[in-house]
Write a protein that binds this ligand. Structure first.
Ligand SMILES: [Zn+2]
Ligand SMILES: [Zn+2]
Length: 241
């Protein structure tokens, strides 16, 4: 793991022909109240767990897994992770949590063709993502997690139940796949996506003070320009209709 600042750690995604999302670990290690933000692609559970253990973090310090959204590249290795930390709670926005609990995996695979490909490639059972969700998030909640305050912000558009985590004190934003470095945004053509909602979500995020941007893929950004998200929105606005 790499330390970003005190209480925020990073495990880089190991992309294959399908990307593997980054995993963030939030909380002060001494609090024994750590959270994983996203877990990653199927097959990457061992790599993520080993990265955590290598830094001397005890697995029983990890109390929950919070998903920015449930796409396959973020939740694919959830069963591998839960095998290692079965006590961890799963927190997901209600819109995607309710689908998973019903065994509806359209929000995981995004499209039927991708589902067939993944199930074959990774030998996944048809009900691999029928999961119990311990906390269904709505947005606007504030939680004290590992001695840090995190706000949950519902940012649909890339997926219906996408959330960002925001720490106001340190101006840290974890937006999943909604906005990346280099003025990139998440795709809006998969199941549950909506271009106009994505526009509104970017507008919502543009009003936050963000110094550190920690997206689901690619580069992390420290010292984010104050108008970065707004400029990104303006660039993409013609397509977000
Ligand atoms: Zn995604
Ligand atoms: Zn992703």
């Amino acid at each position: 793991m790499a330390k970003i600042i005190d209480g925020i750690y990073f495990i880089q995604g190991q992309d294959e022909f399908i990307p593997d999302s980054h995993t963030y670990v939030i909380g002060e290690p001494s609090s024994m109240d750590l959270s994983l933000i996203d877990v990653g692609l199927a097959g990457k559970g061992k790599y993520k767990i080993q990265s955590i253990l290598r830094d001397g973090i005890e697995l029983n310090a990890i109390k929950r897994i919070i998903m920015t959204h449930t796409h396959f590249d973020h939740i694919g290795c959830i069963s591998e992770i839960l095998n290692e930390i079965p006590h961890a709670e799963l927190w997901i926005h209600s819109k995607e949590a309710e689908l998973l609990e019903k065994g509806d995996d359209r929000a995981v695979y995004g499209m039927e063709m991708f589902k067939d490909m993944c199930q074959m490639q990774y030998g996944l059972a048809p009900d691999a993502f029928k999961l119990k969700v311990h906390k269904k998030l709505e947005g606007s909640e504030k939680f004290l997690l590992g001695n840090m305050e995190w706000e949950i912000i519902h940012i649909p558009g890339h997926s219906s139940g996408g959330i960002a985590l925001y720490n106001k004190e340190k101006k840290v934003l974890i937006p999943g796949d909604v906005v990346y470095a280099d003025y990139a945004i998440g795709r809006f053509d998969l199941f549950g996506a909506d271009a106009r909602e994505l526009k509104n979500s970017l507008l919502k995020l543009s009003k936050l003070e963000v110094d550190i941007l920690l997206p689901g893929h690619n580069q992390l950004v420290k010292g984010l320009p104050s108008d970065y998200i707004l400029r990104t929105l303006k660039m993409w606005e013609p397509y977000l209709v």
